[in-house]
Design a binder for this molecule. Sequence first.
Ligand code: COA
Length: 374
Amino acid sequence: MGDSKKSGGLAGVTAGQTALCTVGKEGAGLTYRGYDIYDLADNAGFMEVAYLLLKGDLPTQAELDAYVARIKTLRGLPEALKTVLEMIPAEAHPMDVLRTGVSFLGNIEPEGDFSNQGDVADRLLAALPSMMVYWHRFHADGVRIDTETDDDSVSGHILHMLHDKPPETLHQKSLDTTLILYAEHEFNASTFAGRVITGTLSDMHSAVAGAIGALRGPLHGGANEAAMELIQKFDSAEAATSGIHDMLAKKELIMGFGHRVYTTSDPRNEVNKRMSRTLAESVGDTVLYPVSEAIEKVMWDEKKLFANADFYAATVYHFMGVPTYLFTPIFVCSRITGWAAHVMEQRSNNKLIRPAADYVGPDLKAWVPIAERG
Ligand code: COA
């Protein structure tokens, strides 16, 4: 059986090298290219972080201005892609819409020989929010929106398209901060899926489509939507406390808690929780935030499990009027930076990723002709 139990789900297995990110490293915590996530969350905008991840270092003001201007020119969607988005049913999940959108873009704007990989990354960074909100507004409101807004930030662009007006500063800045926190996380499941695809020398659109498929699941990015649905089940902190006790007694998973790498806390949670509280106050919420805190307390008291990045991100998005089914797609609009940076890093020193398995099937059997099988 070898080490298969110990390394179930590849837990604790080092599967390669990266210069992009540390997760829970002694004395470092969560860092992107050497910068502490708290410094980035407090001081940077998401576009600066995108530049850091995709281009290798923080931009100067002139570099940032040029990058923002460039990304703004890449937000438009080709007519053929709009047609595809309109054909995807209203009942679809927008994660599936983005997976299809990226895949289709790979047909009409193929990557080619990788010499323009940075351009492909920029195009996806610019176009994913447009795809997400174009599809949503077409099906939810029956309108064909203009995706070429003049907002400098991705967060402003998303909220502007969603609500047909430039966003309040508090909302734009809060969304921007969640994008910073979601941007990169080392060899998480979706990034690793993207690196496996990249390792075969496939194209960036395939790697990103595969990564979207991995992120979609509730054990990964899909947890933010599942957390919102859980929080909304309760109408008071007391109901949440007893409800979560019941769920734990039934050994149910509580979405938005626990982590494969972190053992005592997720550093992103502190920032999300603070923003959730501020936004709760701003909208006069007296239910969802107290319910969230009650769930967090039971999980810690009973299981020593802590809220991860997805738990309070849920109410942050909810309080600014984002529909729940767009929570994980918004995660995509951020993580595209980490994914694309990993695709480029994998290519820079590529080796096919092909691990081994412990065989647990039957011993060699004699062939039985079909007429003799019982
Ligand atoms: N709710 C209830 N119990 C949980 C839990 C949760 N959210 N997360 C972990 N546990 C329990 C497991 O049931 C297990 O208990 P056991 O030892 O009695 O079997 C124990 O804690 C260890 O969990 P395990 O599933 O082995 O950890 P993992 O590293 O494989 O899984 C996650 C990590 C993130 C998949 C897991 O914590 C989870 O499913 N969380 C909910 C989904 C989520 O929020 N995902 C987003 C991650 S950022």
